[in-house]
Design a protein around this ligand. Structure first.
Ligand SMILES: [Zn+2]
Length: 342
């Protein structure tokens, strides 16, 4: 069956919906990375509630029960001091649990040890391997990754190593940007809540709103009136950076062969399903030089596009208008559910 230019893949004679075609084949990786993000933000939200409600760290409750250690820890006479002390603690929580800064400092190096690196690297590696096999498939006479010493060898080459380092830094700094934004939003919400005489439960709920949802109701929005909670932003970051790493790896790998006289041009390929945005859909099949397409994917948060080499012009035959996954026999797994969580 032909949908657009693609032949829809089949498994055991059963047609897969195009929804199930994942051009970068990183759906699982994206889901795992996003889940790891969510867990960290949920943990922060839970700790804040415990601190405020159970420990009454701000000393806002009329506590008659016996005190436990840590109770009323930030119960300073002035509200401003309460906010400062509490936010200092929140920042520590974010540094430890979301960014793992302490861990990084303990190891004594910087970005090279960020917990996010493992996902970025995994995707980059897949992109590199994919690029090589797609080039071969497109008719370029180049060796396999295995023939050039394996993927570790390729990753260690200066161009790939540099690019991967840039991606590590970018992902970590963007995550830091999210916690920094939450820091200032929570400070504001907390200050106002104390001034309004909110109870600890309400304050906990409002601070949780900054992390998870409901920021709009709290009056925290950007200049366009939008609010995206930190947890959601982090999840989008995870998904987007997986695609970025995959894309950067493919382009770098295509570029690396230029020294051997191999010049690649790349074709934009979307997932071809209903969730592809109009902007990406309009670029489908468009051919670019590597320099131009280098920083175009991801086009937007959670983009799933891939740049594939167009057929080697020096060689005849082969037609490129087939689903690469079909040609390689690497079919996407058939899912029971029609709904694929993205
Ligand atoms: Zn896209």
């Amino acid at each position: 069956m032909i949908i657009g230019k693609y032949i829809a893949p089949q498994v055991n004679g059963e047609l897969l919906t195009m929804r199930e075609y994942d051009p970068t084949r990183t759906t699982t990786l994206r889901n795992v990375f996003a889940r790891k993000m969510r867990v960290r933000f949920d943990e922060l939200a839970k700790n804040i509630t415990t601190a405020l409600v159970e420990k009454d760290v701000l000393g806002l409750q009329n506590v008659t029960t016996q005190r436990v250690p840590g109770e009323r820890a930030f119960d300073f006479p002035r509200s401003q001091d309460k906010v400062q002390a509490f936010m200092r603690w929140v920042r520590e929580q974010m540094d430890t649990d979301i960014l793992e800064l302490r861990q990084m400092q303990r190891i004594g190096s910087s970005i090279d040890t960020a917990w996010t690196n493992v996902y970025v690297k995994n995707s980059y590696q897949r992109g590199l391997e994919r690029a090589r096999s797609e080039m071969r498939r497109a008719g370029y006479n180049i060796p396999t990754v295995k023939e050039t010493g394996g993927v570790g060898q390729s990753l260690a080459s200066p161009f790939h190593a540099d690019r991967l380092g840039v991606l590590y830094t970018r992902t970590f700094n963007d995550l830091k940007g999210i916690t920094d934004a939450m820091d200032s939003q929570m400070s504001r919400v907390l200050t106002e809540a104390i001034a309004d005489g909110d109870g600890t439960r309400m304050i906990a709920k409002k601070l949780n709103g900054v992390i998870r949802a409901g920021g709009k109701d709290l009056g925290i929005t950007d200049t366009l009136g939008r609010f995206i909670p930190g947890k959601r932003r982090a999840e989008m970051l995870a998904r987007t950076e997986i695609i970025r790493a995959h894309h950067q790896a493919t382009i770098q790998e295509y570029k690396n062969w230029k020294a051997q006289g191999v010049t690649v041009r790349a074709e934009w390929a979307t997932a071809g399903d209903q969730r592809v945005c109009p902007d990406c859909a309009s670029l489908e099949n468009e051919v670019f030089t590597l320099e131009v397409i280098q920083n175009k994917i991801p086009l937007h948060p959670q983009c799933r596009c891939v740049a594939l080499p167009i057929r080697n012009q020096d060689k005849a035959g082969g037609g490129w208008n087939q689903l690469p996954a079909v040609k390689s026999g690497e079919l996407p797994r058939l899912r029971k559910s029609k709904f694929v969580k993205q």
